[in-house]
Design a protein around this ligand. Structure first.
Ligand code: AMP
Length: 267
C-alpha cells in the first residue's frame, strides 16, 4: 500500500497473506493509509500479487535491545558509536544523519524508500535520490507476530511502528551486503529510531530525532567497492521474506551496560 497527497509520500506498508485473508488485509491497509498522523491522502495505491509458497524465504527476527537515552542528542551520540563499532566511518555516519535530518531527497521532502550509503566515503549510491530503494515483499507469520507482540508488551515497547520496523530491519540485515541500517520515522511526534545489523540485532533508541521534526528516513550502509548493486536492490525489492521465529528482547540498558553485555571481539 502506498498513500500520498499532492504526490508526496505519506505512508506505505506490506503484507504477505493467504488468499482467504485478502479482503481483510486490504481493508486493514486502507484503514492504515487513512489514519496517518500527517493527514489524509488524496491517492492510495494498493497492489496485490500472487506469490508461490516455495519462493518465500523464512527468517528469524533480529534480537531486540533498547538503549536508554535522555534525549535525541544522546541517542545520536550512542547510535553513532554503535555504527562505528559495526565498521561505518565517522564521515559516512555524519552524512547519513545530515541527510535524514534535513530531508534526504534533492527536493528536501521525504523519500518513499531508503538511501544506500557507502560505509567509508558516505557517498550515496542508490539510483534514484528522490525515491530511494523500497524494501518490499516481507511480513511476519501470525504466530510469530502474536509472540512478538506479547514480548514487546512485556518490554513496554509495543507499538505498530516497532513491529513493522523489525520485519523490515530483519529483511534488510539479512540482505547479503548490508552492513548496518539507521532509521527514524518522519512522523513528527515519533522520536524513537534504531540501528540494525546482523551483529548487534535491532538496537532501539527511544529518542533519535528532535520532537516535531517532519524529517525521517532510512539509510542502508554497504561497501560500495564490493557490492553488486543490482543484485542487492533486487533482493530488497523482490525476495519474499516471512518472519517465522522471533529473537530475544532485552530490557532497556544504558550505553555502558549494553557495551559490557555485547560480545565485542578485540580489534
Ligand atoms: P516510517 O518509519 O514509515 O516513518 O519511515 C521512515 C522512512 O523510512 C520513510 O520516510 C522512508 O524514507 C523510509 N522507508 C519507509 N518504508 C520503507 C521501505 N519499505 N523500504 C525502504 N525505506 C523505507
Amino acid at each position: 500500500m502506498r498513500a500520498s497527497r499532492n504526490n508526496e509520500h505519506i505512508s506505505g506498508a506490506e503484507r504477505i497473506a493467504s488468499a482467504s485473508d485478502m479482503h481483510k488485509t486490504v481493508s486493514e491497509l486502507i484503514n492504515r493509509a487513512l489514519s496517518h498522523e500527517i493527514g489524509e491522502p488524496d491517492e492510495i495505491n494498493i497492489s496485490v500479487e500472487s506469490l508461490k509458497q516455495e519462493k518465500i524465504k523464512k527468517l528469524k527476527a533480529l534480537n531486540i535491545a533498547t538503549i536508554s537515552v535522555a534525549d535525541y542528542k544522546q541517542g545520536r551520540l550512542c547510535a553513532s558509536k554503535l555504527l562505528e563499532l559495526i565498521g561505518i566511518s565517522k564521515k559516512a555516519i555524519k552524512m547519513a544523519v545530515d541527510y535524514m535530518e534535513n530531508g534526504a531527497p534533492p527536493d528536501k521532502k521525504n523519500m518513499r524508500g531508503a538511501m544506500i550509503i557507502d560505509c567509508k566515503t558516505g557517498k550515496r549510491i542508490e539510483p534514484d535520490r528522490y525515491r530511494g530503494i523500497r524494501a518490499s515483499r516481507m511480513d511476519i507469520a501470525k504466530e510469530a507476530e502474536a509472540k512478538l507482540t506479547s514480548t514487546l508488551k512485556k518490554a513496554k515497547i509495543n507499538n505498530p511502528y516497532i513491529r513493522e520496523a523489525i520485519v523490515l530491519a530483519t529483511k534488510v540485515a539479512n540482505a547479503p551486503d548490508t552492513i548496518a541500517e539507521i532509521c527514524w520515522s518522519d512522523d513528527p511526534s515519533y522520536q524513537a529510531g534504531y540501528i540494525a545489523s546482523k551483529r548487534f540485532g535491532y538496537v532501539r533508541f527511544p529518542y533519535l530525532k528532535e520532537k516535531g521534526s517532519p524529517f525521517g528516513g532510512r539509510a542502508f550502509f554497504v561497501d560500495a567497492k564490493k557490492i553488486d548493486l543490482k543484485k542487492y536492490i533486487n533482493f530488497l525489492e523482490q525476495q519474499a521474506i516471512l518472519i517465522t521465529r522471533i529473537g530475544r528482547c532485552k530490557p532497556p540498558v544504558n550505553w555502558n551496560t549494553f557495551l559490557n553485555e555485547a560480545v565485542i571481539p578485540a580489534p
